[in-house]
Design a protein around this ligand. Structure first.
Ligand SMILES: Cc1cc2nc3c(=O)[nH]c(=O)nc-3n(C[C@H](O)[C@H](O)[C@H](O)COP(=O)(O)O)c2cc1C
Length: 254
């Protein structure tokens, strides 16, 4: 090897070594990327939206869609992921007690099924949105089963503290037939209490007196006045959607 080639190879080897050692230092690698145009995972804000309703395009889904639009409208590096519980195969808490095992205590559920990747993703998220229609005064069964799996690992049976892997803003969205004056809704009920203790006080957005079907004349629903529903919708629905949009924008901007 002549002198010129030897020097060329040595310089290139030194260069690679320097790059490797810089990139191996996570702080340096982060800072280097931060100043460049390429944003790292650390810069990305991740908002997880959990849709606990069965209908893809109706009231709850539309409210959650508006929330997502609001979050994306804030600009910046926002990842908004909507997960439909009715598309997943999972169970509520199995009472396996694996999250309370001595020396292996965990605040993320250890039971493996279709919910596992969702729960893992929530544990590192920067914001959480839970949406559900109200069924018989409560959130849907799917939402309840999901919340059991989310919350039970947070609860310590030693001192009854509630500890989530990470604190984050939470928005709860409910849609229902009832009105503010006349409703039977307990909303997220005791699960709201768990969420508040583990993650912080959630913001609650409720869309009342929703259209349950698109055309009331086709169904046995005489207990409802379609005219009353229409008037309510004209007066409130856009406002409800706007509240969801604003909450999304706010969460993404925090
Ligand atoms: C099984 C079932 C039970 C319901 N129970 C209630 C209820 O207890 N209180 C209420 O206000 N609305 C109740 N509703 C109405 C829904 O909460 C309301 O139509 C909701 O906006 C539907 O959401 P979606 O359009 O996203 O499916 C019920 C609807 C269904 C299908």
């Amino acid at each position: 090897m002549n002198r010129r080639n030897f020097l060329k190879q040595s310089i290139s080897a030194l260069g690679s070594l320097a790059t490797i050692s810089l990139l191996e230092d996570p702080l340096l690698a982060y800072d280097m990327n931060k100043t460049g145009n390429n944003k790292t995972q650390q810069d990305m804000k991740k908002i997880i939206i959990i849709d606990g309703g069965p209908r893809r395009n109706m009231n709850t889904a539309q409210m959650l869609q508006k929330f997502a639009e609001g979050a994306k409208s804030a600009g910046g590096h926002i990842e908004v992921k909507t997960i439909r519980l009715y598309d997943l195969d999972y169970k509520g808490c199995m009472s396996c007690m694996a999250c309370k095992l001595k020396d292996r205590e965990s605040n993320v559920c250890r039971f493996k099924d279709g919910l596992t990747p969702v729960l893992e993703e929530i544990s590192t998220a920067d914001g959480l949105v839970l949406g559900s229609p109200i069924y018989f005064g409560e959130v849907t069964g799917q939402m309840r089963a999901f919340l059991e799996r989310l919350s039970f690992p947070w609860l310590s049976y030693n001192d009854y503290s509630m500890t989530a892997p990470k604190q984050m803003p939470v928005v709860l969205i409910e849609t229902m037939n009832g009105t503010p004056e006349r409703n039977n809704s307990n909303g997220f009920g005791s699960m709201e209490y768990c969420i508040t203790r583990a993650l912080g006080q959630p913001q609650r957005i409720v869309a009342y007196n929703t259209y349950q079907v698109k055309d009331y004349s086709r169904y046995e629903l005489s207990g409802f006045s379609e005219e009353g529903k229409r008037q309510w919708r004209d007066a409130h629905w856009e406002e409800d959607l706007q509240k969801a949009f604003d909450a999304g924008r706010q969460m993404a901007s925090e």
